[in-house]
Design a protein around this ligand. Structure first.
Ligand code: CO
Length: 600
């Protein structure tokens, strides 16, 4: 047995609290223990990136850049690490190259030593810009494999991607098992192969969700893994990582001994026990093994998302059908790994396919863009018929998606000029316009107003519990009340939505009035002589109305955008004609079968 000390990256200050505490740990809760952590001798600490960035501004009245600077000052002996979603940076959509360049530069300038770069589809073109800049700025670049299982994901495909990541400049390779799907013996095989063929240090990042992670770490260690990600015991297990303390103890006096001081580690753990005590962690997140992952190969977070979406449609009894539909949709989309944002895209389409009674009767804009290639190249082959049907003759792009984006930094700077205190503010704003502007306003007023939290609709901000663990919004809940009002024999439905904030007065955030349909239409459209009524195909909220009364439209032209199941769905005209009435308005909530417009 060759002797090689195992290195530890502790994720408590990023993934640990992102996974278990909805990313709510405050900098002031970190500071009392960082001097101690600095003495432990970890290989590195993951402290930034992922969901921590927008969570700081949205919920904590904190500037993410200031947090990094503060931690950097105290962590004099320990390398600091961040998670970057490739071209998505720390957000949920692709950003233009100039923003990627500026963001990565500032992250390194403010104290990041190691940047872990990943892409949900493992499309290296979505990672290459970030890798190139980080490399030029002198950071350690960790290229990442988003781990999943499917007929197109075999050992060779991961190894090939790792080799490409090495050629692009990666200094090490990370296997990112966000859903806890990596089993111990597959971990052994994969790591052995990567070590033999790629020739870079390999780091393993598993979530405990399925209960296999500690076993997988042990087999990974035997296969020669260089570094593993763990979290301090109180922030470990459940949907987080295996515990640092346990892994260190398990390997003591073996050739893989981490040489970390267990006593010092338990002091760190004791501190975090008190922090954890400040938060209520739902039992299904904190404890237990999520057997859904084992049964369906669908990440647990995604299943609870689907369940809560179905609840909104009074269709919880159809969960089983949707779970069976998910693998079908995933196959048709070329087997994307199920991680943000692909898990939402696949899940919502599967739910729509089941609820609508006809598969792909409604196709979300996200699926459309995915089929257009705007998210990158899927791992497998896309179903050609589906692609043709949805794109209606339009050719999918073949270039790197970000090549189509206009530079964004200058425009963002001009838009937010009045609030700027430092150049990093431009980046915060460019990534999260609403959350950043709100935050800047509160900063200007000395934080007298409360953080507005979920009021912002920067989508796709996943509700509930996606695989990567950003479960923003657990401390507020939305209540919607509907009233029926009848005026002159015409019924109107008035919907008032309020956000009840914990320890705060309820706030009304939206209200809408819509005409009650005279009779429930079940079909998509109803024809009456020469006029056609376009009805809502499913319940949702009207995101945009792109036509007005009097407009001439052709069959297939877009009339409005309906947001349903957290996806945008285009409502198109079933006929060619003139729009004689627009019955709904932007912001209105509509029920299935409710009339939206009339076309003559
Ligand atoms: Co993670």
């Amino acid at each position: 047995m060759e002797s090689s000390k195992l290195l530890i990256t502790d994720t408590s200050l990023r993934d640990g609290h992102q996974s278990l505490m909805a990313t709510r740990m405050k900098t002031e809760e970190m500071l009392p223990v960082v001097e101690k952590m600095n003495e432990v001798g970890y290989h590195s600490l993951e402290v930034w990136g992922g969901a921590t960035f927008d969570s700081c501004m949205r919920f904590l009245d904190e500037d993410p850049w200031e947090r990094l600077k503060q931690l950097r000052k105290i962590f004099t002996k320990t390398k600091l690490q961040m998670l970057l979603r490739g071209q998505n940076l720390v957000g949920y959509r692709h950003y233009p190259d100039d923003l990627v360049e500026e963001f990565v530069k500032k992250a390194i300038y403010n104290g990041i030593d190691i940047i872990r770069v990943f892409d949900a589809l493992n499309d290296v073109r979505n990672m290459q810009k970030a890798i190139e800049v980080a490399k030029a700025e002198g950071a350690h670049v960790q290229g990442t494999l988003s781990y999943t299982t499917s007929p197109v994901h075999d050992l060779n495909c991961f190894v090939d991607t790792a080799i490409t990541l090495k050629h692009l400049g990666s200094d090490s390779i990370c296997i990112k098992d966000m859903a806890g799907l990596l089993s111990p013996y597959h971990a052994y095989e994969l790591i052995k192969k990567l070590k033999e063929t790629v020739g870079l240090p390999v780091q393993l990042h598993c979530h405990y969700t399925s209960g296999m992670a500690s076993m997988s770490y042990l087999k990974a260690v035997e296969a020669g893994v260089d570094i593993v990600d763990t979290a301090t015991a109180p922030l470990a297990l459940g949907t987080s990582q295996p515990p640092t303390d346990t892994i260190v103890a398990a390997l003591k006096d073996t050739p893989y001994d981490t040489m970390l001081d267990i006593n010092l580690l338990s002091e760190v753990s004791n501190y975090f026990k008190s922090v954890r005590g400040n938060y209520q962690i739902p039992l299904d997140i904190a404890l237990g093994v999520d057997t859904n992952v084992l049964n369906y190969q669908i990440p647990g977070g995604m299943i609870s998302n689907l369940a809560s979406q179905l609840e909104e449609y009074n269709a919880t009894h159809r969960l089983e059908e949707v779970l069976k539909e998910v693998p079908r949709v995933r196959k048709e989309l070329g087997y994307p790994p199920l991680v943000t944002p692909s898990s939402q895209i696949v899940g919502s389409q599967a739910a729509a396919n089941v609820l609508m009674g006809e598969r792909y009767q409604v196709v979300s804009n996200e699926v459309k863009n995915y089929l257009k290639g705007l998210y990158g190249k899927p791992p497998g082959t896309i179903d050609k018929e589906l692609q043709k049907k949805v794109l209606q003759g339009e050719e999918p792009i073949t270039c790197r998606p970000a090549d189509l984006l206009e530079p964004g930094f200058e425009q963002a700077r001009r838009e937010i000029e009045d609030y700027l205190e430092k150049s990093e503010d431009v980046l915060s704003y460019a990534l999260f316009p609403n959350a950043a502007r709100d935050y800047f306003e509160r900063r200007k007023s000395g934080f007298k107003q409360q953080a507005s939290g979920d009021k912002n609709h920067e989508k796709p901000e996943p509700k509930g519990k996606p695989a990567e663990g950003s479960s923003a919004g657990r401390d507020t809940h939305t209540e919607s009340r509907s009233f029926k009002v009848t005026v002159d024999d015409q019924s109107y439905r008035v919907q008032v939505e309020e956000v009840v904030m914990v320890n705060e007065q309820p706030q009304v955030t939206s209200a809408s009035v819509s005409r009650e349909p005279d009779s429930k239409e079940t079909s998509h459209q109803a024809q009456d002589g020469s006029s056609t009524t376009v009805n809502a195909p499913m319940p949702g909220s009207v995101l945009d109305v792109v036509v007005k009364e009097g407009d001439q439209v052709n069959e297939g032209d877009q009339l409005m955008v309906l947001e349903a199941m957290k996806m945008e769905n285009e409502i198109t005209s079933p006929v060619t004609g003139k729009v004689t009435r627009v019955i709904t308005a932007k912001g209105a909530s509509v029920n299935s079968g409710e009339p939206l417009a009339i076309i003559d």
